[in-house]
Design a protein around this ligand. Structure first.
Ligand SMILES: C[S@@+](CC[C@H](N)C(=O)[O-])C[C@H]1O[C@@H](n2cnc3c(N)ncnc32)[C@H](O)[C@@H]1O
Length: 221
């Protein structure tokens, strides 16, 4: 009999397409944006969210009825596009990134998908820009996908702005499986620390999902 503790499946490219093909369809602009990102950034395109995370973020925004969302780490805008597509009609996504060149790749695609008017971008080091950030309504959804060493600061700055029942999502929570190796890579150490911090945080209900490179989801109590 199969060992129940070995349940789970490695995601091959074929399975990835299967996952996406059986999830809510997003705008066809997503594929165009992925192609443009590859052309503009080459190997850095790996920084985009995993393709199957896209429908998940859209679905999560819909599930939460999200009207106010924040993203830290926008790159060329794929995750922002996916979140924005899930927002309510009058919803707003505020994106924080340090690099306007990357974000500029994505802007025309946000427009093509009809969501550009839902997205604001704040350029600068997020620890500084978030410290000045205010919102007219509590946040429903936060997505963290910037420098790993900054996650804990971003989490602490944003969680007080999240409504009860709202969710903070931290990407790369498994860091390619390195969280359970002895790796001393600073990014891995930072991810382990923030995972431990969130898992022990009495203000939230956490669940760590094996979607893409791992999504740590913290629902505010
Ligand atoms: C993994 S990429 C984000 C990928 C994006 N979510 C997507 O789906 O395409 C990380 C981004 O974090 C940004 N970043 C790195 N350090 C930052 C900082 N201190 N403040 C704000 N953004 C930062 C980088 O410029 C980069 O665009």
């Amino acid at each position: 009999m199969a060992d129940p503790s070995s349940k789970g499946v490695a995601v091959t490219p074929e399975l990835r397409q299967y996952l996406v093909g059986h999830s809510l369809p997003g705008s066809p602009v997503r594929e165009q944006l992925m192609a443009a990102t590859l052309e503009a950034t080459g190997d850095w395109a790996i920084m985009q969210i995993a393709e199957e995370q896209g429908p998940f973020l859209t679905w999560l925004a819909r599930l939460l009825g999200a009207r106010r969302a924040v993203e830290v780490g926008t790159f060329t805008g794929l995750s922002a596009l996916c979140i924005a597509e899930g927002l309510a009609e009058d919803g707003r996504l505020t994106c924080f990134d340090v690099n306007d060149e990357y974000v500029s790749v994505g802007r025309p695609f946000w427009a093509r998908a009809g969501v550009a008017d839902r997205i604001d971008v704040v350029i600068g080091p997020a620890a500084e820009t978030l410290a000045r950030f205010t919102t007219d309504e509590p946040l429903d959804l936060v997505f963290l996908d910037a420098d790993k060493g900054g996650y804990r600061t971003y989490y602490e700055l944003l969680l007080p702005l999240v409504r009860p029942g709202g969710v903070v999502v931290l990407d790369n929570a498994l860091y390619f499986g390195e969280v359970v190796t002895g790796s001393t890579d600073p990014d891995v150490v930072a991810i382990r620390e923030v995972n431990d911090h969130v898992a022990a945080d009495p203000r939230v209900e956490p669940v760590l999902l094996n979607v893409g490179d791992g999504l740590l989801m913290a629902r505010r109590r």
